[in-house]
Design a protein around this ligand. Sequence first.
Ligand SMILES: CC(C)(COP(=O)(O)OP(=O)(O)OC[C@H]1O[C@@H](n2cnc3c(N)ncnc32)[C@H](O)[C@@H]1OP(=O)(O)O)[C@@H](O)C(=O)NCCC(=O)NCCS
Length: 174
Amino acid sequence: MILHTERLRLEPCNAAHYDGLRVVNTDPEVMRFLGGAQAMEETRAWIERAEARWAALGYSWWSIILTESGRIIGAGCIQHIENDPANDIEIGWRLLPDTWGHGYAGETARAMADFAFRELPITQLFSNADPQNAASIKVMQRLGMRFLERRHYYGSECATYVMDRPGPPAAPGR
Ligand SMILES: CC(C)(COP(=O)(O)OP(=O)(O)OC[C@H]1O[C@@H](n2cnc3c(N)ncnc32)[C@H](O)[C@@H]1OP(=O)(O)O)[C@@H](O)C(=O)NCCC(=O)NCCS
């Protein structure tokens, strides 16, 4: 499902995005806390896995595209933690360094979290970051997530954050 925000279009990752996504996933600065830069040929397989999950589940990775220019500036996801269907659902993001500091991660995160609570029968949404990844943790906090605990995912220790499904506003007291 394509999502629109004020400045961005989020399109499910597909083969047509290869050139843009390859630049994102092979950037050592982007991938510093994400297991290191992908080799170029890995991006195709990564896109194919995302396409398969979109087809099977109805959610996975989106390409983050600047509406005005059409430039792919990053990617964001709603997925099972470690892509294990037994695990909870997490939200994630990565952006090209020259686009940091403009609020694009927050804008993407809000749109994806709204999607997740609207489309999926979940009561909580999780996010995991390297405890040193202050920029990502800031995005989580601004989204309204709270620190839960340290957990071991993706082969290393993570700071795990969580947010609850937004409820209807409390009924006025009598
Ligand atoms: C994590 C990551 C996406 C965060 O990017 P970011 O640009 O810092 O985050 P945002 O887009 O939310 O931007 C935040 C800044 O933009 C500012 N901002 C918010 N809305 C804005 C707007 N509409 N216009 C301009 N600036 C805005 C905020 O005030 C904030 O500035 P601050 O840091 O001084 O508070 C980026 O650091 C990244 O891609 N890192 C590498 C990949 C990675 O580690 N991903 C996470 C794995 S868990």
